[in-house]
Design a protein around this ligand. Structure first.
Ligand code: FE2
Length: 409
């Protein structure tokens, strides 16, 4: 074979390899970040939502600095004014399944003014290393009324799965445009070690996750055998929960007249009960809402949760428990002592179906079910809090109203 033929053959083989990789990528639908720019930017409440906000992003650069700049006001694009605040955070690294090291960037803005809109950008502090600017708002002092969004089990595999999750969240914000934050009840992705799924999770929800805090529950697809590294690498969460649990998997915070408690159903259930008792005993907030993944009244019961947590929900008068895991819609009667009780004297447990593609067949009805259905469409709920009323409204992705109820004080 002459030299020219060899070159042609090598060229053809290379073209075939490149095409094969492109086709595989296209079939799997797993795009990846194309530059060193920050991706998967998300904000959380960590300290007081009136005066602080926490941020997390990843980069392909494991050594890049972690810098946040913000300025009061909407539509700020230049971050060199006198009122710009700069915060420096921590860079850590996470090794992905393919062995690649990814930069994990976490920072918290503090001493913010309540009820104020801020523009911000995150990056490595160098000219070309910044994200696009986005905006968020701190909680107003004395907030008596607000709305938040509840979704659960986005649990996708492919980029297309997460496109659907993004559409669900988009519809939720179309329906409840004044929602202040999102509670996600766990199972954000199917495989917590698949970073391409996390990338798609954030990419398709970017417009909302960059401005509204996302407060996640830890599900059985987020923490497996006590390990939740990649899940937790994507969030900057309160660490005021049970010390023996993974930090950021049990926590509580206040917003308006509500005390929110997040529990980790995947490990340390009994230990969390001790923390839960102290946490609930210490709050004077009129409303208590608990968020957890494998709920006591939503499907197959975890015995330890019914034994250790439900008596505390009863004792401290938890109003509403947001559950996940079952991938069907359910709402319980008001319950106390494992029995149906009078309106206003027990705890209501809901599962807001799932927000992604995976929807389960409706399971058998149980004594506690008041509403129980599967209409085959991803769902979301908006929860409006007032001092004397809590209104829950659930919709499917097409705007169909599925259920609604009001709890009163
Ligand atoms: Fe799930």
């Amino acid at each position: 074979m002459d030299k020219m033929k060899v070159y042609l053959l090598i060229g053809a083989v290379l073209i075939i390899i490149v095409l094969a990789i492109a086709i595989k990528q296209w079939i799997q639908g797993s795009p990846s970040p194309s530059s060193l720019a920050p991706h998967s930017v998300v904000t959380n409440f960590k300290g007081n939502p009136q005066t602080s906000r926490a941020f997390t992003w990843h980069t392909k650069s494991p050594d890049a600095a972690t810098v946040l700049q913000l300025a009061p006001g909407s539509g700020v694009t230049s971050f060199d004014g006198k009122d710009v605040m700069t915060f420096y955070g921590k860079t850590s690294q996470i090794r992905l399944k393919d062995g690649v090291l990814q930069g994990v960037h976490k920072v918290e803005a503090t001493d913010l003014a309540p009820g104020t809109r801020y523009s911000y950008r995150v990056g490595n502090g160098e000219k070309n290393g910044w994200s696009q600017p986005a905006e968020f708002e701190t909680e107003a002092r004395g907030t008596k009324e607000f709305t938040f969004i509840n979704v659960t089990d986005s649990q996708g595999i492919t980029d297309d799965d997460f496109k659907l999750w993004g559409q669900t969240l988009g519809k939720a914000f179309d329906t409840f445009p004044d929602a202040k934050f999102i509670i996600h009840n766990g199972d954000l992705t199917e495989d917590p070690e698949d970073e391409s799924a996390w990338y798609s999770f954030f990419r398709h929800a970017e417009p909302w996750l960059r401005s509204s805090a996302l407060m996640p529950v830890t599900g059985n697809h987020d923490e497996i055998d006590g390990k939740a590294e990649l899940f937790l690498s994507h969030f900057n969460l309160p660490e005021n929960g049970e010390k023996s649990a993974n930090p950021g998997t049990s926590y509580s915070f206040d917003y308006g007249p509500v005390h929110f408690v997040f529990l980790n159903t995947e490990s340390k259930v009994k230990k969390q009960a001790e923390w839960l008792r102290a946490d609930l005993a210490a709050t004077n907030q009129p409303w208590i809402i608990v968020a957890l993944h494998q709920g006591p009244y939503g499907g197959k019961q975890k015995k330890s949760i019914v034994e250790h947590w439900v008596p505390l929900f009863d004792e401290f008068g938890v109003d509403l428990v947001l559950q996940g895991h079952n991938h069907e819609y359910s709402r319980s009667h008001p319950l106390k002592g494992n029995q149906i009780t009078e309106e206003g004297t027990g705890t209501v447990y809901v599962v807001t179906n799932a927000s992604g593609r995976k929807l389960n067949k409706k399971k058998d009805d149980q004594f506690y079910h008041r509403v129980h259905l599967q209409n085959g469409k991803p769902m979301f709920a908006g929860i409006r809090i007032q001092e004397n009323a809590l209104a829950y409204e659930a919709y499917d992705i097409d705007g169909g109203r599925i259920d609604g109820f009001v709890l009163r004080k």
